[in-house]
Write a protein that binds this ligand. Structure first.
Ligand SMILES: Cc1cc2nc3c(=O)[nH]c(=O)nc-3n(C[C@H](O)[C@H](O)[C@H](O)COP(=O)(O)O)c2cc1C
Length: 226
């Protein structure tokens, strides 16, 4: 057995009286609080780190961490290589789950639903805002494919750097057509608040009809046992 350090979670939890009327408002509140806490106390590194789970054509699950680069009433979103393992899995099955976890705050948000490809315009606007070297490395990496050694990757980077040198402009590097983003269209959003004696709070919004994360009529809220 691994050494277990038992920590009693002493978060303030989340009650029915406090929870916001829509999953969007509640998630926005917690994301903002995590960002503010990292700014003030520095104990929430990468508050936007999002674990993203997908399922391949054989039903095998997969999970990895990305950064949440889009977040609005349509759902959380991220950018990536659309020909990566995750991209192929999304193309095969479309199901997706994601979570934001902030252990120092005893909080997590869990999202479940379907992946949607983000439109080209939104993707291009985001790509152009990235540092030049990040834009070049998007070209250099065939994400998820095997490579003999690191040198191949660095050579590819140099090749693309020569092709599209840094002139300081947002359009110095074209957007690769294998690079894009996904947004999670949610059917369920759970807010987890760790509390004493493992009696945690879990308030869940489940979709009852069409509508955005901020449409109160689209969601029903209930409590799940910890
Ligand atoms: C903190 C953190 C942030 C990351 N952000 C991204 C990201 O925004 N996009 C991305 O494609 N990969 C990101 N990665 C790398 C992914 O975890 C993963 O290695 C990569 O996307 C390939 O996953 P796949 O082979 O399952 O498709 C990040 C990793 C970490 C640890």
């Amino acid at each position: 057995m691994t050494h277990v350090q038992r920590v009693d979670y002493t978060g303030e939890g989340l009650s029915e009286a406090e929870v916001a009327p829509t999953p969007w408002q509640q998630a926005r509140r917690w994301v903002d609080e995590a960002l503010a806490r990292e700014r003030d106390l520095g104990d929430v590194p990468e508050p936007l780190a999002l674990s993203v789970a997908t399922v391949d054509a054989d039903g095998q699950p997969n999970v990895r961490t990305v950064l949440m680069r889009f977040f609005d009433e349509r759902g959380p979103g991220f950018v990536t290589n659309t020909e990566s393992a995750k991209g192929l899995e999304i193309a095969a099955t479309g199901g997706m789950a994601a979570s934001l976890t902030w252990p120092s705050m005893f909080r997590a948000v869990r999202f479940r639903g379907q992946a949607q490809l983000i439109g080209r315009e939104e993707v291009t606007a985001y790509f152009s805002s990235r540092p030049w070297a990040s834009r070049i490395s998007a070209w250099a990496s065939r994400q998820s494919e095997p490579i003999e050694g690191r040198e191949g990757l660095e050579e590819a980077f140099e090749r693309y750097a020569v092709r599209w040198p840094d002139r300081g402009g947002p359009h110095d590097v074209p957007v690769p057509d294998f690079w894009g983003g996904y947004r999670l269209h949610c059917d369920e959003v759970e807010f987890w608040g760790g509390r004493r004696n493992r009696l945690h709070d879990r308030l869940v919004f489940t979709r009852v009809t069409d509508g955005s994360l901020d449409d109160a009529d689209a969601w029903r809220m209930f409590r799940r046992q910890p």
